[in-house]
Ligand binder design. Structure first.
Ligand SMILES: Cc1ncc(COP(=O)(O)O)c(C=O)c1O
Length: 413
C-alpha cells in the first residue's frame, strides 16, 4: 500500500484546479440545473479564510456529484473537475487500501455505511433477478447476529429474507454448524440465491468475521452467493493495522465493500464509500434518470461533491505512511486499555487490530460506564456489554482517569 502525502498548499491548489475545471454558478456558466451556489447571506463567498479552506470553498460552490463517475459512460461534464478527484479517491480506496486490480472497481461517495450496504444488497438482488430469473422470496441475506442494523433495514426495504447466524458469545465468531443448518433450512423453504454480508468489524464488538469457513459452506454444494464486506467501521483502520488481512479485493470471493470515512477518518457525516467490482453497477441503472448525463446508479441521487473532496483531502494530507502511523498509535492506546483491564481481571472482547474494547457488563459498575459515556449493547433492557471506542479524542489521560476510577471501585468492592 502506498500513496504519497501532499502539503496543505498542494492540496489547496489541486482542489482549486478541480473547481476551475467545473462549470461555475458564480461566473454565470450554468442555467439549466435546479441548483446554485449556497445562499450568499448564510455562506459568505468572500470570507477571507476561504482561500485556505478548500473543503469549504467546494461546499459553497456546491457541485452535485449525482451518478457514478467511475463508469466508462460519460457523466455530467458540468462538474468534471471535482468528479475526477472522486475517481482518484475511489482508486486509492480500492487499489491501495483494498488491493483491487487496476481499474477493476466502480464506486461512489455514499451518505454513509447504511446506504453503501443497501446499495450492495440492491445490486445483488437485481443481479439474481436478471441473471437467474429469481423471485424476491428465493433470495436470502445471510449475516451474523452482531451485524449492523442497516442490513436488516436493507432486507426489509428490498423484500428479502434474513438469515441470521448466531455467534460464539465469547469470541464472537460465526457458528459454522448453525450456518450449515440455516442454509439447508432456507433451501428447503425455496431460497436459492444468497447475499452474504461479513463484518470488518462489527459495531459493538469490533469483531472481524472470518471469510474462509463461511465461503467453504457455500462452495461445498455449489450454492450461489455474493459476498459483501461491511467495513463501515473498520475500513480505515483494519487494513492499516493488519498487514495480513484477507478482507480485500485480492480475495476473489469479495465482490463489494462499504467503508465510512466519517468514522475513523474524521471527515464530516455524509462520507461513506461504496466499492464494487466492475460489471455490477448497471444492475441498478435507473433508465428513467434520462435528464442526468450518464444516468444514476445510486440510492441517494444528488450528493455534494464537497464530500468526495474532503475524504480525498484527508487521505492526501496523511499519505499512506502517515495514516498507518496514526492508526498504529490508536492501536497502542487500545492495547494499554486491555493491559490495564487484564491486570484488574475485567472480562472483555477485543480484536487486536481494532480499537474497540467491549467489556462484560458484570465486570464494570454501571455508574462508571455511564459517567464515561460507554455505549451499551442495548438500552431496551439491562445491558450485557459496554464498549469503549478509542477514537482520536480518547487520549491517554482520559483512559487513565477511567481506568484508575474503575480500579479504585473494583478494589473497594
Ligand atoms: C459495521 C457498521 N455498518 C454500518 C454502519 C452504518 O453506518 P452509517 O451510520 O454511516 O450509515 C455502522 C455504523 O455504526 C457500522 O458500525
Amino acid at each position: 500500500m502506498y500513496w504519497k502525502s501532499f502539503s496543505r498548499a498542494e492540496i489547496n491548489q489541486k482542489v482549486e484546479e478541480a473547481l476551475n475545471k467545473n462549470a461555475s454558478y458564480a461566473k454565470g456558466e450554468v442555467m439549466g440545473t435546479p441548483a446554485t451556489y449556497l445562499d450568499e447571506d448564510e455562506f459568505y463567498p468572500d470570507a477571507s479564510f476561504l482561500k485556505d479552506a478548500p473543503f469549504l470553498r467546494t461546499l459553497i460552490a456546491n457541485p452535485n456529484h449525482i451518478g457514478c463517475h467511475t463508469l466508462s459512460k460519460e457523466s455530467s461534464p458540468i462538474f468534471k473537475g471535482t468528479q475526477a478527484i472522486e475517481r482518484e479517491l475511489i482508486q486509492i480506496c480500492s487499489e491501495e487500501i483494498f488491493k483491487s486490480p487496476k481499474n477493476g472497481i466502480d464506486g461512489y461517495v455514499a451518505t454513509g455505511g447504511t446506504e453503501a450496504n443497501i446499495e450492495a444488497m440492491w445490486i445483488y438482488r437485481n443481479y439474481y433477478k436478471k441473471e437467474y430469473g429469481a423471485k424476491n422470496n428465493q433470495i436470502g441475506v445471510v449475516y451474523s447476529e452482531d451485524t449492523h442494523y442497516s442490513i436488516p433495514k436493507g432486507g426489509d426495504l428490498l423484500g428479502l429474507k434474513s438469515i441470521i447466524l448466531p455467534v460464539d458469545q465469547d469470541d464472537r465468531s460465526i457458528n459454522i454448524n448453525c450456518l450449515e443448518e440455516n442454509i439447508a433450512k432456507a433451501k428447503k423453504e425455496g431460497v436459492k440465491y444468497f447475499i452474504v454480508i461479513l463484518n470488518v468489524s462489527t459495531t459493538m464488538f469490533g469483531s472481524v468475521d472470518e471469510i474462509e469457513p463461511v465461503v467453504e459452506v457455500f462452495d461445498r454444494d455449489e450454492t450461489v452467493f455474493k459476498l459483501h464486506l461491511d467495513a463501515a467501521f473498520g475500513g480505515f483502520i483494519y487494513p492499516f493495522t493488519n498487514p495480513n488481512s484477507v478482507h480485500n479485493f485480492n480475495n476473489p470471493r469479495v465482490s463489494s465493500i462499504s467503508i465510512d470515512a466519517h468514522k475513523m477518518l474524521q471527515t464530516p457525516y455524509g462520507t461513506g464509500i461504496f466499492l464494487i467490482r466492475k460489471g455490477y453497477m448497471h444492475y441498478v441503472t435507473n433508465d428513467q434518470a434520462q435528464y442526468v448525463p450518464g444516468l444514476d446508479y445510486t440510492l441517494c441521487g444528488s450528493r455534494s461533491g464537497a464530500n468526495a473532496i474532503v475524504i480525498w483531502m484527508l487521505l492526501m494530507n496523511y499519505g499512506s505512511e502517515g495514516w498507518t502511523k496514526k492508526m498504529q498509535d490508536i492501536i497502542e492506546r487500545t492495547d494499554y486499555v486491555c493491559k490495564r483491564l487484564d491486570e484488574m481481571g475485567v472480562k472483555y472482547f477485543r480484536n487486536p487490530h481494532i480499537n474497540i474494547v467491549t467489556i462484560k457488563a458484570n465486570s464494570i459498575p454501571n455508574g462508571i460506564a455511564k459517567k464515561y459515556e460507554l455505549v451499551a449493547d442495548t438500552y431496551e433492557h439491562m445491558p450485557s456489554w459496554w464498549k469503549i471506542v478509542v477514537m482520536d479524542h480518547v487520549k491517554y489521560d482520559l483512559l487513565k482517569r477511567f481506568l484508575d476510577e474503575l480500579e479504585g471501585e473494583l478494589a473497594a468492592k
